[in-house]
Ligand binder design. Structure first.
Ligand SMILES: [Zn+2]
Length: 82
């Protein structure tokens, strides 16, 4: 794996972690999704998390989650990353 690839992997991971912490831009989201579909290593490592985040993100859009629940979800996602 080249240093350039590693840099992309690191950025994708950071953006995934940021996904629920803040609104990431469409461009950033596109980068993460493109990277996960192109990078076998990241796709394997983060497939579950990415799916989970997508589901949660959709739910948060349709249902206004109470702040304490949103905080719990963020905490849970951080543990999954660890
Ligand atoms: Zn990667």
């Amino acid at each position: 794996m080249s240093a350039h690839d590693a840099e992309r992997c690191r950025r994708a991971l950071e953006l995934l972690a940021d996904y629920l912490d803040r609104e990431i831009s469409e461009e950033e989201l596109a980068f993460v999704e493109a990277h996960l579909s192109a990078c076998g290593g990241c796709a394997e490592r983060f497939e579950f998390e990415a799916k989970l985040i997508r589901v949660i993100k959709t739910k948060l859009r349709t249902v206004k989650a109470p702040e304490h629940l949103a905080a719990k979800i963020q905490e849970m996602l951080r543990r999954l990353e660890g």
